[in-house]
Design a protein around this ligand. Structure first.
Ligand code: GLU
Length: 511
């Protein structure tokens, strides 16, 4: 039997070093700030170091502006890191795309010691393998065909110049057990673990290889990440063992959930930190809210509530300094913290009320009434105004949190509400993927209109109604650009869910 049990946790006495390792694939996600905060607290409570590493090896999902947005968003909530691509540090580079040579050298170590192997199948062959497994009702996975090629066969393939991937040789029997600091021992049978690709045929590593090599070379003692990575961890443990390296401790944090307990996703709620910044949430409120997730902060006792005259909700209000002093990782509950926007709004209101009049004024002037925002709006309406006093009439939707498109406006003639809603939903999907500039938005919308045979005019009118609540507005695409991607999408999303709920209600009444 090849059972590997992980002798990690209590023995690791190295100085604490933790990291977050976001991938720059789009808008900065609230989950990155949540995991970032936990890592930050963990490091600071132990006098350790907090590292920011950019995991950008998946070039197909890479978004160039994303890295800077991640830095900005984390700084906005008030987190700082000791080492990272922008600040440097002793174990850099901290961007994986600059470390490809390191991964190549490490793959050679595994090939030489027999814990990894080259697999020369073509994409077509792998697809055929997958299809036949699906047909046979087996879980699709690599069948191990090239695990046992002879040195001569390998040399012949290499001489032909055949491309290959390098795979981890997962034992065929037994299991791997590792300790999760929040859950205890977790065991995976090897027959459920695929021979993971470690290096792709283009010479780029996969997440698994790069992540383990970097965590080791960066002396990471504690891997604190979201629970969705649990199923990757046995592969990581096998890799640590293949290299003969000491394991870090693993802490898998409960995923943030919607009220209905589904995993938060941009289809239901805004998950981009940019949205919260641009919609006028205060960073302190956001950080406080994220600190509530997972339950690491002790709630005040009955005695404290009475002696300090707190109302129960006030126990939910705390600063970063409070978290550093009191956050307790052993209290974390696995029940799936709810990313409850009603609660976040309430918290934000509490923070707004605490601001001095001067600070409140500055909060407005640095967000929703900033010079930059008004400067971007002004040219869209200058030619349409007769007095400056009309500015508000024409631009109100830029400053409002909610607008209501009257039905007569959003429902074009000869369309059913269902058709309109479906179309609006498609618009959401189209706009999600587009680069956020007037040209890209316009061509995405036109393409969608053509594909669905909606006239450009009606299509733009629908979107105008949803965005502005009216039929007259400054130019639509330019307005969308200034309003910002995350707020525009949120407005569309909210329109859809309000309308869908209204339809459900109507259908129920008819029953
Ligand atoms: N690059 C992974 C991510 O995007 C990192 C996961 C981990 O922390 O190991 O979240």
């Amino acid at each position: 039997m090849t059972d590997t049990a992980a002798p990690n946790s209590p023995l690791d006495t190295r100085p604490t070093r933790v990291r977050i390792a976001p991938s720059p694939t789009g808008d900065p996600h609230v989950g990155t700030a949540y995991i970032g905060l936990l890592n930050y607290i963990y490091a600071r409570q132990r006098g350790g170091q907090f590292v920011l590493r950019i995991e950008d090896t998946d070039r197909t999902r890479f978004v160039a502006s994303s890295e800077q947005m991640i830095f900005d968003a984390l700084k906005w909530v008030g987190l700082t890191w000791d080492e990272g691509p922008d600040v440097g540090g002793p174990y850099g580079p901290y961007r994986q795309s600059e470390r490809t040579e390191i991964y190549r050298e490490h793959v050679e170590i595994l090939l030489a010691n027999g814990t990894a192997y080259r697999s020369f199948e073509t994409a077509d062959e792998l697809e055929a393998m997958r299809q036949s497994q699906i047909a046979a009702k087996q879980p699709p996975r690599y069948n191990g065909a090239h695990r046992h090629l002879t040195p001569q066969q390998i040399d012949a393939f290499l001489a032909e110049g055949r491309p290959y991937t390098v795979r981890l040789k997962v034992p065929t029997e037994g299991s791997t057990t590792f300790r999760d600091e929040l859950r205890g021992d977790i065991r995976f049978d090897h027959n459920n673990v695929d021979d993971q690709v470690l290096m792709k045929s283009d010479g780029f590593p996969t997440y698994h290889l790069a992540n383990v090599v970097d965590d080791h070379l960066m002396h990471i003692t504690d891997v604190i990440r979201a629970e969705e990575w649990i199923s990757s961890t046995p592969k990581h443990v096998l890799l640590y063992n293949a290299f003969g390296w000491q394991l870090p401790r693993f802490w898998h944090m409960p995923l943030l959930r919607n009220i209905d307990k589904s995993k938060i996703s941009k289809r239901k709620n805004p998950v981009s930190l940019v949205y919260y910044r641009e919609s006028g949430y205060l960073p302190e409120a956001m950080l406080n809210f994220l600190g509530l997730m997972g339950g690491g902060m002790a709630q005040p006792t009955e005695a404290e509530i009475v002696s300090k005259g707190l109302n129960t909700k006030e126990g939910d209000i705390f600063s970063l300094a409070d978290m550093l002093a009191k956050f307790d990782f052993t209290r974390i509950s696995l029940g799936g913290p709810v990313f409850d926007l009603v609660k976040l709004k309430w918290l934000n209101g509490e923070y707004l009320r605490k601001l001095s009049p001067d600070a409140f004024f500055h909060a407005l002037r640095s967000t929703i009434l900033s010079d930059a925002y008004i400067r971007a709006i002004a040219p869209l309406v200058q030619a349409r105004l007769e007095t400056l006093g009309q500015f508000g009439d024409m631009t109100g939707f830029f400053f409002a949190d909610n607008v209501t498109p009257p039905e007569s406006v959003w429902l074009p003639k000869k369309r059913t509400p269902e058709e309109t809603l479906l179309f609006a939903a498609d618009q959401l999907a189209t706009l999600e993927t587009t680069n956020w500039d007037a040209m890209s938005i316009e061509s995405a919308l036109k393409a969608l209109g053509e594909a669905k045979q909606w006239s450009v005019k009606k299509n733009f009118m629908l979107l105008r109604a949803i965005l502005t609540g009216s039929v007259t507005s400054p130019p639509l695409t330019e307005s969308l650009v200034v309003f910002g991607k995350s707020r525009s999408l949120d407005r569309l999303r909210r329109f859809l869910s309000t309308q869908q709920e209204a339809q459900k209600r109507q259908a129920n009444q008819r029953k």
